[in-house]
Structures are given as C-alpha cells and as structure tokens.
Design a binder for this molecule. Structure first.
Ligand code: NAD
Ligand code: GLY
Length: 362
C-alpha cells in the first residue's frame, strides 16, 4: 500500500514524484493528495477500466471528489485527435473548469492521449498518470511527452506537458498479456544499452525471472529505468540534446509501426527490432564490437521480442517514412547509435551506404 520507492523528477516548479510499489491503487491518499480542485475526469479504455477503474473511483469517492469517466476504445489505432476530442467533449459538457484534474488510467496510449488533452484544455489543466503496463511504468508516463498520431506519422501532434505525479502500481502488471510484458521489457533493455552497462548485465542475469513476473525484480527494473529517465529529463526536458538518446531504435521502430499499420507491431516490439538495427549500424561503423550486438539480440530474444525487420519492408519504404521523423534535421535523418555498451550518441554523421546495408540485412 505504501510506495516501495519514491523518486522525484526535478523540473523546478514542474517537479513531481513517481511512486512505485505493489497495490498502490488501494491507497486513496496517493491519488487524492495530487488532486488540486474538487473535480476530476478519469480516462481509461475498454480493457483497463473493467480491471482497475473501481479502485480509482473508490479513491475519489472517499474524498468526495466529483468525477466523470471517459472510456476510450483500446488500441494504438485510437491514439488520434478524435479521442482527444472525446475527452474534451466530456470536460465541456460536464462543466469541468481549469481546476479539474485528468487521471490517465492505462498504458502509454491512454497516458499520451490524456496528457495531451490536459495540455490543451483551457490552455492546460492538471493531470495524473496511473500507468498500468510495464512500458508505461518505465517510460511513457515519465517525462511529459504527450500526443497522438497522424496517419502520416507517429506522435506527430503533441506537447511537452508534465503530470502532477506518476503512480506505478506493480500489482497491475499481473493482468498484463505476455506480449505486452515483452514490449515493456524492450524499453527496460533500452536503458541498459544507452546509459548503464551494469544494468544491462543485471538484466542478462535476471531476464528469465523478470519474464516470469518476479515482482521484486520488476520493481527494481522499474526503479532503475525511471531513475535513468528522470535524470535525463531533468537535464533536457524538451529534447534539445541528451534526451534524444531515449529514442534508441525509435526511428527505425516508428517506420515499422507506421508501415505495418498502427497496432499490428506493438511499439515495444518495433523498438526492439529498431534497437537491433541501431546496434547493427553502430557495429558497421566499428563503434561497437560484434559481441555487443550479439548480446543485445540474445537479451531481446530472451524477452521474447522480434529482432528482425518485417520481411515485406523495403529500404525505400524505410527511407520514405523515416524522412518525416521528428528527428530529421534539414533533410538529414538523425539516428541514436551506440558508441559502447551503456553509451549512446545522436548523430547524422553516418555512412549512408552502411545505413542501406543495415536496412537490407537486418
Ligand atoms: P497500450 O497503452 O496500447 O497498452 C497495451 C495493451 O495493454 C492495451 O491493450 C491495453 O488496454 C492493455 N493493458 C494496459 N494495462 C493493462 C493491464 N494492467 N492489464 C491488462 N491489460 C492492460 O501500450 P503501451 O505499450 O503501454 O504504450 C505504447 C504507447 O506509448 C505508444 O503509443 C507509444 O508511442 C507510447 N510511448 C510514449 C512515450 C512517451 O514518452 N510519452 C514513451 C514510450 C512509448
Ligand atoms: N520515450 C522517449 C522520451 O520520453 O523522450
């Protein structure tokens, strides 16, 4: 009930705590203490609401907070402006003013949509993140990236907007489908690759128990992941520099997600394959030895993640989609690549012929 760990994201007057622990949703004070007005709107989806909505409702009822709920359709395909509009329709029709709080209860899709609605409703209202997937507990709920997709590109519409707090209840991971656990593990492995070689080795050692949902180990992995992300975000909130390393594998991954149709490859699956491609491109430049790429592939495979680009994707398709990635700078695609295990760089200084080899061979 009490958080096992509390971390702080240090962003001056936009700082906030991340609570990590088991059965945190049974602790009404955690949510209620971060609601500043006397009303709230809970946003969830058709899968998560039947599992956990009553816990959040009970918390609000215990403090006599007036609330409404918006239940979105489930899936990346619904990460659209239409869903944002659905939330805003409820906010307006139920007369929620600027003091209301939005509560995102769900995975990264619900969190990103809700955060964006919070950023734009009446020029910004408070919101709370209650991430219920591993991916959202280690990544998307922290750091204030919010937004939705455009048919032409992933996360093309959005805002940086920080929550009041993040409540990561590890008990919610018990109902997570295996495939989603794997997808979250891709982002966990990412932190080892970009920032922390010891954590990578710890993951290699513990991956089987993590995949069997050992809660103590999962809590440790969430803590280390969130700590890394919080440190990076505190240095570079708006991604003008170092924060971009959090996108290891994402440029390739977003192209896969987009080409395969949103929702067919999970975000974490596409990132996993994208990280292999990034490792491959790094290795082709001689920046990392083959052995680091092989260890990455082995760890991702043990996390039951795909490590090969979809067969039907062509080099041209990758290049076309990546050309509209947010990391394109004056027409040149920037990639996050590895200089060592635990060290990433963002660079446009790569050999295009080696990129073509990676896109052809991975
Ligand atoms: P998701 O939100 O689609 O959730 C995955 C699936 O699990 C969904 O079907 C969901 O309903 C279900 N689910 C959620 N919690 C559950 C639970 N406890 N038990 C059973 N089922 C549950 O996917 P995700 O992987 O959480 O998030 C992916 C999204 O996050 C993508 O849109 C990606 O772009 C975004 N993202 C954002 C950031 C960021 O910084 N904002 C970072 C990484 C990813
Ligand atoms: N997931 C990348 C970031 O938050 O910057």
């Amino acid at each position: 009930m009490k958080p096992l760990h509390t971390l702080n994201v240090d962003l001056a007057d936009r700082s906030y705590p991340i609570y990590i622990g088991h059965h945190l949703l049974d602790n009404p004070a955690l949510i209620n203490d971060h609601i500043q007005g006397s009303s709230a709107v809970i946003v969830s989806n058709t899968t998560v609401a039947p599992l956990y909505l009553d816990k959040v409702e009970n918390s609000l009822q215990s403090a006599e907070i007036r609330f409404d709920t918006v239940i979105l359709e489930d899936g990346e395909a619904y990460k659209t402006l239409r869903s944002v509009e659905q939330i805003i329709d409820t906010l307006i029709s139920q007369r929620h003013d600027r003091k209301t709080t939005l509560i995102a209860l769900g995975g990264g899709v619900v969190g990103d949509i809700t955060g964006f609605a919070a950023a734009i409703y009446q020029r910004g209202i408070n919101f709370i993140q209650i991430p219920t997937t591993l991916l959202s507990q280690v990544d998307s709920s922290v750091g204030g990236k919010t937004g939705v997709n455009h048919p032409a590109g992933k996360n093309m519409i959005g805002a940086f907007y920080q929550p009041q707090c993040v409540i990561a209840d590890t008990a919610t991971l018990q109902t997570l489908p295996d495939r989603e656990l794997s997808a979250g593990m891709a982002e966990v492995i990412k932190y080892g690759l970009i920032h922390d070689a010891d954590f990578f080795a710890w993951l290699e050692h513990n991956i089987d128990a993590l995949m069997q949902r050992d809660i103590a180990l999962l809590s440790e992995a969430i803590l280390i992941s969130c700590r890394t992300k919080a440190e990076i975000v505190a240095i570079d909130e708006k991604e003008s520099g170092i924060r971009a390393i959090l996108n290891l594998g994402h440029t390739f991954g977003h192209a896969i997600e987009s080409a395969m149709g949103y929702g067919n490859w999970l975000h974490g699956e596409a990132v996993a394959t994208g990280m292999v491609m990034a490792a491959d491109l790094s290795q082709r430049h001689g920046w990392i030895p083959l052995d680091i790429k092989q260890r990455s592939v082995a760890l991702l495979q043990k996390a039951r993640l795909p490590v090969q680009s979809p067969e039907k994707m062509t080099v041209e398709q990758y290049m076309d989609i990546m050309a509209i990635d947010k990391k394109v700078d004056r027409g040149v695609i920037k990639f996050v690549l590895l200089k060592a295990l635990g060290e990433a760089i963002v660079t446009s200084d790569y050999d295009p012929s080696k990129l073509k080899q990676t896109l052809t061979n991975c």
